[in-house]
Ligand binder design. Structure first.
Ligand SMILES: Cc1ncc(COP(=O)(O)O)c(C=O)c1O
Length: 495
């Protein structure tokens, strides 16, 4: 056992892909291959100072550097080490973010016309995967946290009932944790889903650090999920777009999954990105816990300090919570007063040089990580504290946060892919009540569609979209980004 333990550490200290790249660069080679900057020799002068050190590693599928789509050497080894570290049977590196992993999982699980049970507050990549697969989503509406107003995870009984009502569903797809760090008891959900013989696929984009510290929830792999997609670039230390797909068990056809991944990822995946996954994995295993030991007490102290303010609050797991876990690295500042919006506070924080992850009407989300310094947290506290007299007007508004919450129950008037492909027309937003949406309307951030194609547009959706528009929210997925007009399916309106 000790021997095994020892060899785990010895193995995990290695970074085979990064080592292969640096070894190659140090040979001082004569590059007659792409990319054309030839390891940085020809590059814009203004950019060279910043990009310079990394360009010699921006290589391609050369001898000794393996091939992501047919891994037999350094990439295979790096992925095997990642699988070991993250508790998966197999791991694949993603260079197109979790977006690529989510799409690949859905294309693997569903053939055209097949059903998939999906958490309604999933990221847009999940809906795009469903559209590409021409699958039929069966949406399950998430629980809503009454304290923050945020849509959180699925209730087990809702998933169980949906599985009973749709025995032909091919998989269950959930997001855990949410962008805001809230999560469910995944182990319990896994055992329910597996009773029905289908895989549980988890978008764990925000949980790449889970399982690496006793104060953190267990990861999807540790909880027994069949597949998990992690944005290693979000809450861990890989470069942007670098993500991982972990799989275990035999409920998912892995050959098909890997074939599909090769179709949807670039044939020229970036080596600096892939090697950053190798480094992020080693860093998490070797230094993650120690760095978290330093950051977590600062975040805990911050929580305690914020609890003394009357105008702002942070979510916490309690007996009454509709979620079971909370990521201590996510600080969701929710207002208890209407004296301020998230966009305003974002501006005030930015004036101090503090850049939040996102702002919505009723809250601001700060994402900390192992890279967060005590002085960063102190500056946020000082800013909040200094602004307190302005906002502490006593006007309590416990449900001001999460304007997006609880707005996911809508009639699915026609299959999503049919509506997306149908002849459409633009109508003013205010005149769209009763029509069927032909496009996805995605307030961004956080990137969770408020309307998906095929859904009947109701008064609630219109009011909410108007409010978001007025507050300056941006919209993705739509033809008119100002959202003065919305695309509806021709001839399917009920008005
Ligand atoms: C819940 C969730 N899933 C998936 C994604 C997509 O991840 P990526 O940006 O790595 O493609 C995001 C991105 O914000 C997300 O929030």
């Amino acid at each position: 056992m000790l021997q095994n333990h020892h060899s785990f550490w010895e193995r995990q200290k290695r970074v085979p892909l990064f080592e292969a790249l640096t070894r190659h660069a140090m040979r001082d080679p004569h590059p007659f291959h792409v990319p054309g900057h030839k390891m940085g020799r020809s590059f814009d002068r203004g950019g060279r100072e910043w990009y310079g050190p990394i360009l010699p590693l921006d290589l391609t599928e050369l001898s000794g550097l393996d091939d992501l789509h047919q891994p037999e050497g350094a990439i295979r080894e790096a992925q095997a080490l990642a699988a070991e570290a993250y508790g998966a049977e197999e791991t694949r590196f993603l260079v197109g973010g979790s977006t690529a992993g989510n799409i690949a999982l859905i294309l693997t699980a569903c053939k055209p016309g097949e059903k998939i049970i999906v958490q309604r507050n999933c990221h847009k990549s999940v809906y795009n995967g469903i559209l590409l697969a021409r699958a039929k989503p069966v949406f399950v509406v998430p629980a809503v946290d009454p304290v923050t107003g945020a849509a959180v995870g699925l209730r087990r009984e809702d998933v169980e009932r949906t599985l009973m009502e749709h025995p032909d569903a091919k998989a269950v797809f959930i997001t855990n944790p949410t962008y805001y760090g809230m999560g469910i008891d995944l182990k319990k959900l896994v055992s329910i889903v597996h009773r029905f013989g289908v895989p549980l696929l988890v978008d764990e984009a925000h949980g790449s650090h889970y399982g690496f510290h006793p104060d953190l929830p267990a990861s999807a792999m540790q909880s027994g999920a069949d597949a998990a997609v992690q944005s290693t670039h979000k809450m861990s230390t890989a470069m942007t777009m670098s993500s991982m797909l972990h799989v275990q068990g035999n409920r998912l056809n892995r050959d098909r999954l890997f074939r599909i991944l090769a179709m949807i990822q670039s044939s020229s995946p970036s080596y600096p990105l892939m090697a950053s996954l190798d480094l992020a994995r080693r860093h998490m295993v070797v230094a993650g816990r120690k760095e978290m030991d330093q950051v977590l007490p600062c975040l805990q102290q911050f929580r305690e300090r914020v609890s003394t303010l009357s105008w702002v609050t942070l979510p916490a797991v309690t007996e009454e919570s509709v979620y079971a876990t909370l990521d201590p690295f996510k600080l969701m500042l929710c207002f208890r007063t209407r004296a301020i919006t998230g966009f305003q506070l974002q501006g005030e924080l930015e004036a101090q040089g503090i850049f939040p992850e996102l702002a919505e009407l009723g809250h601001v989300l700060l994402a900390a990580s192992t890279g967060t310094l005590a002085e960063d947290v102190e500056l946020v506290w000082n800013t909040l504290h200094a602004r307190s007299p302005l906002y502490d007007d006593g006007a309590k508004n416990a449900s001001a946060a999460g304007m997006l919450a609880s707005h996911f129950t809508r009639e699915q008037a026609m299959p999503m892919y049919e509506a997306a492909d149908a002849d459409a027309q633009s109508v003013p937003l205010s005149e769209a009540i009763g029509a069927v949406a032909a496009e996805m309307v995605i307030p961004y951030p956080p990137g969770i569609p408020l309307l998906v194609p095929g859904e009947r547009i109701d008064q609630q959706a219109i009011s909410l979209l108007q409010k978001l528009k007025e507050s300056g929210t941006r919209f993705h997925g739509v033809k008119d980004p100002q959202l003065n007009e919305i695309q509806i399916v021709l001839g399917r309106n009920r008005w």
